[in-house]
Design a binder for this molecule. Sequence first.
Ligand code: NAD
Length: 262
Amino acid sequence: MSAAVSTLRGKTALVTGSTSGIGLGIAVALAEQGASLILNGFGEVEAARELVGRSGGRVGFHSADLSKPAEIVALFDYATSEFGGVEVLVNNAGIQHTASVEEFPVDRWDAILALNLSAAFHTTRLALPTMRARGWGRIINIASVHGLVGSVHKAAYVAAKHGLVGLTKVTALETARTAITCNALCPGWVLTPLVQRQVDDRAARDRLDDESARRALLLEKQPSGDFVTAEQLAATLVFLCTEAAGQVRGAAWNIDGGWLAQ
Ligand code: NAD
């Protein structure tokens, strides 16, 4: 039995935005380590439940729209009444919109800041009391390389992800003398629905087929020329849940095929 298995059995993990992409991959990996899972998000809920449930643990779901603070409170009421609270919090739900600063739709700015940044503040403030009472916790914020560097046409996303890295550091400092840790993962390109939409835009703009558009997008920023996978991110996140990672605090760990080495 690995260290991670003994760490997560009997613990409850909430992964926001876990009906798709990276969040779904993380939920599967945490369930495989023995955690009970609370899923959240829109779309293919039953398929996600089925996949995460394959390892035999308990799987719950709450449909909170995390851009609305009152729904985040309802999500935590559900977590408390049905699971007795959350010990592993993964702030993953996120959206993207691309436009220049002067053409950026104000409602898209507000939506991205609400989901990609403010939601993590609300989940963190609501999760910490249970973690402190239990004397153990893990908060992992799925930021992005865009939490550490900028790219054109991504003002709201880059601002929110830089903010999320800042929130990670403050939370890590405020919990530094406890067995609660808070860290951020900063992925490069991962081929999920969020990125496929950017591939589609590139294909339309430059009249490319899907494969050529993917390669063009990748090679612009990611020296490896390969996508990062949800499984690779999930394995790193599982490591952050082990006692071996107990002194990793306030890190913003880029997993990016070399993007930030340039
Ligand atoms: P995705 O679109 O596949 O999944 C997003 C998830 O968030 C879905 O489950 C969706 O239902 C949920 N969601 C959307 N709006 C929501 C809301 N208002 N309330 C609750 N849930 C909501 O995207 P993904 O690529 O898997 O991205 C997951 C996270 O990883 C995001 O924070 C994203 O910024 C980050 N990220 C992605 C990449 C990448 O290349 N895909 C790179 C770096 C960081």
